[in-house]
Write a protein that binds this ligand. Structure first.
Ligand code: PBG
Ligand code: ZN
Length: 324
């Protein structure tokens, strides 16, 4: 029997040696917790397909955010469910809209918590699309003005970072102009740059009540067969002024995360989306998977692929596990 004098197993003999040579680190300070906020008093409605996630009214949102922050999670990503929806998504830039009020409440109670807001119209439009509909098609350029207005109103309410997820062309530039025009030159844009049209968003649409009433999102979100196109999307967003770029979903798209990190070296976020969460939750509930281990392994895989930060519904539990 012949093999080289080198034995790979030498560095695997003890935990201490394994730790010493480990290449990737997962820590709570790289996690971002998504939260859903809704109108009403004392609302805490569990999302059926996302056990452990809730639609929260503002006071419960603040309480939840306090817990998240006390676990060492530095940031939340907010999604709003407005009281009324219309064709134009006007609730999106209402100064007294759900997100604007939620951001103000969070910043008042937890000034050090980073509040990131999702900038997109699908939760606010009656038809559930991410932009304004003209002749049955999501009109790009009309939508841009509304997105810029929405981002400015979030910044005015106190948002630390705005995160456009609509996938309109030119929205990063439009939002950057809008923010700069109102003096928010230091508000970063975290752009959902390579966002794929994915069936893994299914549970989110229940959570955010944002399922499109007709058609799907394939005329604006990316085709999941494409990787070169993801690079183009990212480069365009960077050119338009994106500060942090995002790949979404995460686990079925680790090749994209890896590639974007290699090709750009820019700050990169990965969104471990609702369907990825639901799969592990469902299997764990059946006793088919060890939840703690599969969650930490998945998050580590996303970091190993190249993500600097991870948006994940597992953030709270992961933070607890990482403390143990
Ligand atoms: C809205 C938005 C979606 C997600 C984040 N922002 C859904 C969609 O595009 O249909 C998905 C998040 C998740 O599945 O966890 N534009
Ligand atoms: Zn949307």
């Amino acid at each position: 029997m012949y093999f080289p004098s080198y034995r790979m197993r030498r560095l695997r003999t003890t935990e201490q040696v394994r730790d010493l040579v480990s290449e990737t680190h997962l820590s709570t300070d790289r996690l971002i917790h998504p939260l859903f906020v809704t109108h009403g008093k004392d609302v805490r409605t569990e999302i059926e397909s996302m056990p452990g996630c809730y639609q929260l009214s503002i006071s419960n949102l603040v309480a939840e955010a306090m817990e998240v922050f006390s676990l060492g999670i530095p940031a939340v990503l907010l999604f709003g469910i407005p009281a009324v929806k219309d064709e134009a998504g006007s609730g999106a830039y209402d100064d007294e809209g759900i997100i604007q009020m939620a951001v103000a409440a969070l910043k008042e109670s937890l000034p050090e918590l980073l509040v990131i807001t999702d900038v997109c119209l699908c939760e606010y439009t009656s038809h559930g699309h991410c932009g304004i509909i003209k002749d049955g098609y999501v009109d790009n350029d009309i939508t841009l003005e509304i997105l810029a207005r929405m981002a400015v109103s979030h910044a005015e309410a106190g948002a630390d970072i705005v995160a456009p997820s609509d996938m309109m062309d030119g929205r990063v530039a439009a939002i950057r102009n809008g923010l700069d025009g109102e003096g928010f030159i230091n508000t970063p844009i975290m752009s959902y740059a390579a966002k794929f049209a994915s069936a893994f968003y299914g549970p989110f649409r229940e959570a955010a009540e944002s399922t499109p009433e007709f058609g799907d999102r394939r005329s604006y979100q990316m085709d999941h067969r494409n990787s070169n196109e993801a690079v183009r999307e990212v480069l365009l967003d960077l050119e338009e002024g994106a500060d942090i770029i995002m790949v979404k979903p995460a686990l079925p798209y680790l090749d994209i995360i890896y590639r974007i990190k290699q090709e750009t070296r820019f700050p990169l976020a990965a969104f471990n989306v609702s369907g990825e969460y639901s799969m592990l939750k469902a299997a764990a509930a059946q006793g088919w998977l060890d939840e703690k281990r599969v969650v930490l392994e998945s998050l580590m895989a996303i970091r190993r692929a190249g993500a600097d930060m991870i948006i994940t519904y597992h953030a709270r539990e992961a933070a607890q596990w990482l403390k143990e």
